[in-house]
Write a protein that binds this ligand. Sequence first.
Ligand SMILES: [Zn+2]
Length: 412
Amino acid sequence: MTINFERLKANINELAQIGKQEDGGIYRMAFTPKEYEARAWLENQLCQGNIDCHWDGALNIIGRIADDKNEKQPAILIGSHIDTVPNAGALDGALGVLVGLECLTRIKEEKLTTKFPLELLAFSDEEGRFGGMFGSRAVSGQLNPGILEESIDLDGQALVDVLKDLGHDPYQALDASRPNETVKCYLELHIEQGPVLDVEDLSVGIVSDITGLFKWQVQLTGAANHAGTTPMDLRKDAFMGLADFAHEIPRIIDENGSEASRLTVGNATLYPGSANTVPGKVEFSIDARDVNPEVLKELKTACRKTLSAIARRRGLQFDFTEVSVIEPVACDDHIQKSIEKQAKKLNQRYKIMPSGAAHDAQMMAKIAPIGMIFVPSKNGISHSPHEWTDWHHIEQGANLMLNTLIELSQND
Ligand SMILES: [Zn+2]
């Protein structure tokens, strides 16, 4: 069985028009009028495909196919998100939802019977207007009233107020949580958002693990002093502390990391920030990622020890706050093997690879086995109007998803 590629292509192009601005970028931030237009569009597509559709308490859109025989069985979920970052491209999130829609539509058209109900989920606010992965956190039971009440966007609007203004009781988001027994597994197709498949000229990626991360905000404090009168050996130069740390990053990765490790200082501010003053303080971010929780722990220890040693050597004070932590998750072996089997059958050139970006699947792993398929991102670009994947790769990825879904839905 194959997907209807012309229909999928038309759907991708149509959805890409919603929220498109003159700069070529798509603006469809969660819970905004343009995102609501996309929701209505998706509901209409589900309706046309005769797929039952409802919203859960977290405003996730759910399309479901079930029959009398499989109604009581746990469902196979396939999903992603249709909200975007500002100035986005056409594919991130949207592609996964549209491929899911196409798979369900084809299965319905062919009147294929399945052992399990099939559901398409378009998750709310994956991109993080209110912190990220709101919908999948709700479904996987990782919300509580405190999180709801503390969630505020960059304009200072509270999530609870935004949901109320849209006519929803925000606390119903807590009702979206699903017991493990109701979910057989979760599948997601996504653009890679990195350059690996494109560089190696492959059609699809089979995701083995999704990276975890920790983010720190670090402060090194020394003494601000005159750049002319303070001898070099009497300085407590906070910037030199950061420079030392930057030089240690390759060693930390070599000694404590793995091939999947990434360590980035993406933001730094010097104080007082004047050209003729020795900087008395530097604040900078550390973003560290790996797919193995043990390796992440080692990276943490190494960063802490390295910064402490540097601080001692340079007479600085070292403080940090942990801004966020996301645990890495492994994709399910059995599902990975099913995807691989189908990729071989379809003669697709694939690679088994980790995901360096976070996805809804990461949250869903809390309640069910997960599997993910990647398609190449041209030049590794995403979150940009330049984000693109060749149509023939999209077609291959979609066919791989359809055939995997069918196999998983036919066997226990
Ligand atoms: Zn995404």
